[in-house]
Write a new protein. Structure first.
Length: 360
């Protein structure tokens, strides 16, 4: 579930963050996994599923692209994940699948997908970040999607042990040393901050004002933190009254070193990812994919790929791009793969609304 993409989907949002996907041939047929199938050397795709009904699913694409497995969680465990499947992480070879509307995390073996329990007690959970062998942070939007917090989770007991208040709509997190930076994208409202938390004490160190609705965050090779702010919609959802912005924060001093505003009032930047060397960022903007070298002091005017995606991932093994196409938001979606230079490799069919990637 992505703000302005499912719950608040409008003609403006469709026009600015989603473009249709042509069928790329040849396309391997999805394979029905056996209960005993194991999953290595590829990418997990979290498929949100239809909003408000039904269940999300989990797919796996082999790194070669030759094999695609859909519904792998249910094939192994004989029960559905729930609604809406938001994201997935693997920590200490345990998979943590965050299920948004269901307010839970399903814990699985990171190779077999066999369930080992459920963590409950969340309200609109978003993303999981492992802190150490026994502790994790989980962002959530909270009641009505109008607040924000990080839940501290004991991984041994699979229970929530503390709540840390953040800006509204806590989203993606990154860890630099013992500090966790939380992008607060506003949830169903608006916000403009990154909350910095001491991972050892669970105390909030500081709140950094960066720009309207910061939703994506990455760490570069210099341990600086990059934040992509989507901007703020006007009251009628027809334009942006505050444009998006790409911001670089010093990972130690927290100072703002660079702030690059986007010019368009009709397009929101989305989907910030970083290459394996952590020297180049990529994001979607105005229907295209752009690169930004971390040493650059201005936004790139030349696109790498001339299309946008519902979700974007970059494989840390080979820097290949994975972009998802949600099609009509009710049929099975597509994942399109590209070389690091932006040349199409192939496409595959996955589940309904492919919304996030996790590479293994």
């Amino acid at each position: 579930m992505k703000t302005n993409k499912i719950l608040l989907l409008t003609a403006f949002a469709v026009g600015t963050i989603f473009t249709s996907c042509k069928k790329d041939d040849p396309e391997p047929d999805p394979t029905t996994p056996a209960a005993s199938t194991t999953y290595d050397n590829g990418v997990f795709v979290t498929n949100e599923g239809p909003f408000g009904s039904g269940t999300g699913t989990l797919s796996f694409i082999s790194r070669s692209g030759a094999t695609v497995y859909n519904d792998i969680f249910e094939a192994r465990n004989t029960f559905p994940l729930g609604n809406i499947v938001q994201s997935m992480s693997i920590h200490n070879n345990k998979g943590y699948i965050v299920v948004n509307n269901s307010g839970k995390i399903e814990v699985v073996d990171g190779t077999s997908m066999a369930t080992s329990g459920t963590i409950t007690g969340f309200t609109y959970p978003r993303y999981f970040l492992g802190i150490d062998n026994s502790k994790a942070f989980v962002t959530e939007w909270g009641t009505g999607g109008l607040v924000g917090s990080v839940k501290v989770v004991d991984l041994t007991t699979k229970t929530i042990t503390a709540t840390i208040t953040t800006g509204k709509g806590a989203e993606n997190m990154v860890k630099v040393g013992n500090k966790v930076f939380v992008a607060c994208g506003g949830g169903f409202d608006n916000d403009s901050v990154v909350t910095v938390i001491d991972a050892l004490t669970n105390a909030v160190d500081t709140t950094i004002f960066v720009g309207a609705n910061p939703s994506y965050i990455q760490v570069d090779a210099n341990n600086n933190v990059w934040v992509l702010c989507k901007g703020k919609q006007n009251a009628t959802w027809t334009a942006l009254e505050q444009t998006g912005k790409l911001v670089r924060l010093n990972g130690t001093s927290y100072s703002t070193e660079l702030s690059l505003p986007f010019s368009s009032t009709s397009s929101q930047p989305t989907n910030l990812v970083v290459n394996a060397a952590k020297t180049t960022l990529y994001y979607n903007y105005s229907g295209k994919l752009y690169a930004h070298a971390i040493a650059a002091t201005s936004l790139n005017a030349t696109a790498t790929i001339n299309r946008s995606f519902y979700a974007l991932g970059i494989d840390p093994v080979n820097d290949q791009f994975y972009g998802s196409d949600a099609v009509d938001f009710s049929s099975n979606g597509k994942v399109v793969r590209y070389t690091s230079a932006g040349v199409t490799i192939d496409s595959v069919t996955v589940g309904v609304i492919p919304g996030n990637f996790y590479f293994k």
